[in-house]
Design a binder for this molecule. Structure first.
Ligand code: SAM
Ligand code: DTB
Ligand code: SF4
Length: 327
């Protein structure tokens, strides 16, 4: 099925009640409606990035609070992963501020780290920038399961936020990721000054992939001082909820992740996002460089909502059955 922008807009523009109802139907049919996937992020190489992504505090082009840190050694990352596991995270996602994956000792070190985290029985995800098929294959061989590579926005708006790489290069990496047998985690950011059609254009790109991404992170822009986006207002909550619900309807089998920006969302807004079909969050006091809600507060919130942490394999069982709960 190929989605046109018009078809997606029709979904997005439904009365909020109907939109959420439709998202709920899909959510209950394809996913464990009480399950939330908990992912721990860890920056393993921070700052001094050669790209000029206007939203990103790690770009070397902007003067932000971020302090450069070279690639972390395996032992240190492993400590973090062990701790994340004890607090309930099932997926460990390592991020590096690279334009593309280097083919040198640094990559060998990442592969060693991936293997060590995989041996803890955690799902390993990496986000290291653009990569070739050969690199993707080596990453998969080391035990990496998922690769995060966001399209971030529509092809049209992309040129306004990043000039040092193209949308096509991004898509090329996603093809390499898929060909190497890795799962795809790809989503974007809302609140960067784009139009609603740009947001829907992003969803169109993702939903028309065959196969569709396995997870879709939806980030609300964190406007960081020093970046060109420092003065932008936080995204409208209902627009964010509509985006989440539309992603759920278009991509029934994907984990839809309520990603960056949760420190600015109250519990009610997050509850709406879960009602709209979100079923994954980043857990841990920090994202890559910016703050995330405190881990204990998040666990309390989930308990209050009656939601539980799920192992990703459980979600997959639901995907296969496709009829998790009768609605
Ligand atoms: N360098 C790699 C890349 O660009 O693919 C991996 C790390 S990069 C920081 C991962 C993602 O973080 C970006 O694609 C973007 O979606 C998200 N991100 C970065 N800065 C953000 C911000 N200020 N607010 C929201 N999301 C942000
Ligand atoms: C994603 O979509 N969001 C995460 C993860 N994938 C790598 C990153 C959010 C970063 C927010 C800004 C920061 O903490 O540096
Ligand atoms: Fe670098 Fe990734 Fe940030 Fe862009 S989003 S500046 S590629 S770390």
């Amino acid at each position: 099925m190929t989605y046109t922008l018009e078809a997606i807009r029709e979904i997005y523009d439904l009365p909020l009640t109907t939109l959420i109802f439709r998202a709920q139907q899909i959510h209950h049919r394809y996913q464990d409606p009480a399950g939330v996937q908990l992912c721990q992020l860890q920056s393993i190489k921070t700052g001094a990035c050669a790209e000029d992504c206007k939203y990103c505090p790690q770009s070397s082009k902007y003067d932000t609070f971020v302090e450069t840190e070279k690639l972390m050694e395996t032992e240190r990352v492993l400590e973090m992963a062990k701790y994340a596991k004890t607090t309930g995270a099932s997926r460990f996602c390592m991020g590096a501020s690279w334009r593309d994956v280097p083919s040198n000792r640094q990559f060998d070190s990442v592969l060693e780290t991936v293997k060590a985290v995989h041996d803890l029985n955690m799902e390993v995800c990496c986000t290291l920038g653009m990569m070739t098929l050969e690199q993707a294959t080596r990453l998969k061989g080391a035990g990496c399961k998922v690769y995060n590579h966001n399209l971030d926005t529509s092809p049209e708006f992309y040129k306004q936020i990043i000039t040092t790489r193209t949308y096509e290069e991004r898509l090329e990496t996603l093809r390499n990721v898929r060909q190497a047998g890795l799962e795809i985690c790809s989503g974007g950011i809302v609140g960067m000054g784009e139009t609603i059609d740009d947001r829907l254009g992003l969803l169109q790109q993702l939903a028309n992939m065959d196969p569709q991404p396995d997870s879709v992170p939806i980030n609300a822009l964190i406007a960081v001082k020093g970046t060109p986006m420092e003065d932008l207002e936080f995204v409208d909550s209902i627009e964010f909820v509509r985006m989440t619900a539309t992603a759920r309807i278009l991509m029934p089998k994907a984990m839809v992740r309520l990603s960056a920006g949760r420190t600015k969302m109250n519990e009610e807004m997050q509850a709406l996002c879960f009602l709209a079909g979100a079923n994954s969050i980043f857990l841990g006091d920090k994202l890559l460089t910016t703050a995330n809600p405190e881990k204990n507060k998040d666990l309390q919130m989930l308990e209050k909502f009656g939601l539980h942490a799920v192992a990703p394999d459980v979600c997959r069982e639901y995907h296969v059955r496709g009829d998790a709960v009768n609605v």
